[in-house]
Design a protein around this ligand. Sequence first.
Ligand SMILES: Cc1cc2nc3c(=O)[nH]c(=O)nc-3n(C[C@H](O)[C@H](O)[C@H](O)COP(=O)(O)OP(=O)(O)OC[C@H]3O[C@@H](n4cnc5c(N)ncnc54)[C@H](O)[C@@H]3O)c2cc1C
Ligand SMILES: NC(=O)c1ccc[n+]([C@@H]2O[C@H](COP(=O)([O-])OP(=O)(O)OC[C@H]3O[C@@H](n4cnc5c(N)ncnc54)[C@H](OP(=O)(O)O)[C@@H]3O)[C@@H](O)[C@H]2O)c1
Length: 287
Amino acid sequence: MTTLSFPFLRAMEKPKRSINRMETPPPLAQLPENLSAERVLEVQHYTNRLFGFTITRPASFRFRAGEFVMIGLRTAERPLMRAYSIASAPSAEALEFYSIIVPDGPLTSRLCQIKPGDEVLMARKATGTLVLDALTPATRLFLVSTGTGFAPFASILREPETYAKFKQVIVTHTCRDAAELRYSADVVNALPDDPLVGEAAAFHVMRYATCTRGSCQRRGRITDLMQSGKAFADMGIAPLSPAHDRVMICGSLGFNHNMQALLMRAGFTEGSNAAPGEFLVEKAFVG
Ligand SMILES: Cc1cc2nc3c(=O)[nH]c(=O)nc-3n(C[C@H](O)[C@H](O)[C@H](O)COP(=O)(O)OP(=O)(O)OC[C@H]3O[C@@H](n4cnc5c(N)ncnc54)[C@H](O)[C@@H]3O)c2cc1C
Ligand SMILES: NC(=O)c1ccc[n+]([C@@H]2O[C@H](COP(=O)([O-])OP(=O)(O)OC[C@H]3O[C@@H](n4cnc5c(N)ncnc54)[C@H](OP(=O)(O)O)[C@@H]3O)[C@@H](O)[C@H]2O)c1
């Protein structure tokens, strides 16, 4: 068989994404005690409404995989801050975030313009419910996300403790179209080369990606695909059961409610930092 090479087609399959690296940062000004001023290191745009970036990490900043932190920008009046899930591993040198661009959004309409060397403000404390400590022991961990709700799961997938606690990790990501699934594909595809989790992740992580409006390999809302059993049949695994599974949910309000209801019908009980349980929920955004 002859293989024809069409460079322009290859370029269409793998759209060129802009990656900028930091050069020499200018000095930083003073800020209130609860915030630190960090520097943008790298920015990567995925679609016209999704981008990722990394910032410097203060030496004293600690977080658990799956937690979020307030980040933002200076304005003339006061710092403009929003909640963001941290996508990097708790041991990483830099902090990674994955962001929506809301065209008229107070923060993201400006945040989408950041370049390496620019300033991003960050709160000194992280918090959140999507943490491994809030789940009771089991065999499989399901990380079920829509849209930017995948971000906290990038951190959990990069955390070695995940693989010490669970034999199999199934991450699902559902977006409107295929281009919006790119970030989760990049994160999961890079796991086998990760020096901390590579060996475990290569054998124990399964990604199940679906889209609901455009054309992609698998179509449908994950709630419907789990309800009908198709998701489990596609993956060749047993359906969800509180006997062997734990679940984390992160997406829009409607998705969170539907997924929560599905789990409760299957007999799962919700956990929290104070009382570990069988599933956990966090909003990917408010509204
Ligand atoms: C716990 C928590 C964690 C979060 N983590 C992230 C994250 O990792 N990445 C991220 O991009 N956002 C995240 N958000 C949302 C984030 O806090 C902001 O809402 C977002 O950055 C938009 O800010 P804005 O000021 O531009 O618009 P806002 O005024 O905050 O939002 C305007 C409207 O845009 C829509 N919207 C906002 N955020 C999103 C989103 N992420 N996906 C789809 N629609 C959205 C909603 O309809 C909202 O009412 C998180 C929110 C919470 C509560
Ligand atoms: N300007 C643009 O180009 C553009 C593009 C996309 C979104 N937006 C806006 O951005 C905001 C967020 O959009 P988003 O796509 O990130 O988030 P979203 O609307 O929550 O959709 C993300 C994924 O979750 C699915 N989903 C939504 N509700 C669900 C539920 N109750 N149960 C199960 N699955 C559910 C969606 O399926 P369905 O497709 O079936 O709903 C979609 O595949 C919205 O206000 C939207 O109007 C703008």
